[in-house]
Design a protein around this ligand. Structure first.
Ligand code: SAM
Length: 394
């Protein structure tokens, strides 16, 4: 595998190109529209593992987010997940055949629809906040350029490919399309990221940790030096040996002595030291940017809400865990069935979600009422939760 070496030359900051289309407004025009009033339509309270609060704003999310900015939410949101319409030119129905939403916009109209909302989202986010934007291949590449304009190319971190369904035996002249994409951006370079791990499969663990010690514990051998010359202690000789040319020890000579005394240095027959790293100390396999185990339910009837395009809750929980801590505030401006709200509730995060569909309002209310009635909450550690439902005034 050929790997490029970073040149070290300073990179140009900012974009030196932009996407242009008919109807592209200025940021000022987008941000300076007046906000509408929000009217409370319902409040549900109950007991829960976590002390959390949630809000659903029913109406166009552009109006809803303007109202949030007007209320003082600018710079208050820790994390965002959105799964907007994908410009499919289709209508989406619930499992009982009610129209959930229409996805008819295409081209420049769709791009500007997304851009306006992404600009408001950026304004709502904390400087340390991050955002995941879920899309499919139709518009993901175009929206990536819009994201670069709004959040900055330097704040782009991952293009996650998710396996969304089982293999398809497609009759059209193409490969089966079973993936969609999640873009990960932060608002600035100072953002929160909690590394996520998956459990080792036996096969992968045995390949990676291929040695066993006298107690039958699996380990691997890793170099004790790293690239780059150092003048301090890590550049000094250890046991009469200098680090290899152009490298330095990863630990000071004292620390290397300690590791050796603890039996954590492996000496090869020709006297080459390496560190023993044990499987039992591993948190698992660090997650990569291809997600194979988070496909959506193939049949919406088996899901909680029956709302179309409902996403896999484990996927949303994983994403939220990576960029939030307990008590943080999560936003989803295209709530749908309320998967993000449910994931946030499950993890003890506060949330605000928006959607213009009456079926989305019903689906989320169903989830919250279910939560309110749930009996398996540990009675000794119950906390309070409250969810308010509000409507954007016409
Ligand atoms: C793909 S679905 C989201 C599904 C959701 N992630 C889930 O797991 O159920 C997109 C949602 O965006 C909503 N939507 C589309 N345009 C909107 C707008 N302008 N304001 C608020 N919601 C909108 C639709 O009603 C729909 O529920």
């Amino acid at each position: 595998m050929a790997t490029g070496v970073p040149s070290g030359k300073s990179k140009k900051q900012g974009m030196d190109f932009q996407i242009s289309y008919v109807g592209k407004k200025s940021e000022e025009e987008i941000l300076n529209q007046p906000a509408k009033q929000l009217n409370r339509i319902n409040l549900i309270e109950g007991n829960h593992e976590f002390e959390t609060s949630g809000r659903m704003i029913y109406g166009d999310n552009l109006d809803g987010m303007r109202s949030l900015l007007n209320e003082g939410f600018a710079g208050k949101i820790d994390a965002v997940y959105i799964d907007p319409p994908y410009a499919t030119q289709s209508d989406f129905f619930t499992s009982d055949q009610k129209l959930a939403y229409e996805d008819r916009m295409t081209g420049a109209e769709f791009i500007e629809f997304m851009r306006e909302r992404l600009i408001l989202i950026r304004e709502l986010m904390k400087p340390t906040g991050s955002i995941f934007v879920h899309m499919d291949e139709k518009m993901a590449f175009t929206i990536k350029i819009i994201m670069d304009e709004i959040f900055g190319q330097q704040n782009f971190h991952n293009w996650i490919t998710r396996k969304k369904s089982n293999p398809k035996n497609t009759v059209t002249k193409k490969f089966g399309d079973i993936s969609d994409y999640i873009m990960f951006y932060s608002k600035s370079s100072k953002y929160k990221f909690n590394k996520q791990y998956t459990a080792w499969s036996e096969d992968a663990a045995f390949k990676e940790y291929s040695y066993k010690d006298d107690d039958d514990e699996r380990y691997k051998k890793v170099p004790i030096y790293a690239p780059g010359v150092r003048n301090g202690k890590t550049g000094e000789p250890w046991r009469g040996m200098m680090p290899p040319k152009g490298k330095h020890w990863q630990y000071t000579p004292e620390k290397l002595d300690e590791l050796d005394a603890a039996g954590l240095i492996y000496w090869s027959s020709n006297g080459n030291p390496r560190k023993k790293v044990y499987l039992k100390d591993s948190k698992g396999m660090a997650m990569q940017d291809i997600f194979m185990d988070y496909k959506d339910a193939h049949n919406q009837n088996i899901e909680v809400t029956g709302y179309p395009t409902e996403k896999n809750i484990d996927l949303i929980e994983l994403l939220l865990k990576s960029i939030t801590d307990q008590g943080d505030l999560v936003l989803d401006a295209f709530s749908g069935s309320g998967t993000t709200a449910q994931a946030a509730m499950n993890l003890g995060r506060n949330w605000i979600v928006l959607d213009s569909s009456n079926e989305a309002l019903k689906a989320l209310r169903g989830r919250v009422e279910y939560e309110q009635k749930r009996e398996n909450v540990d009675l000794f550690s119950v906390n309070h939760f409250s969810v308010s439902f509000e409507k954007v005034a016409k």
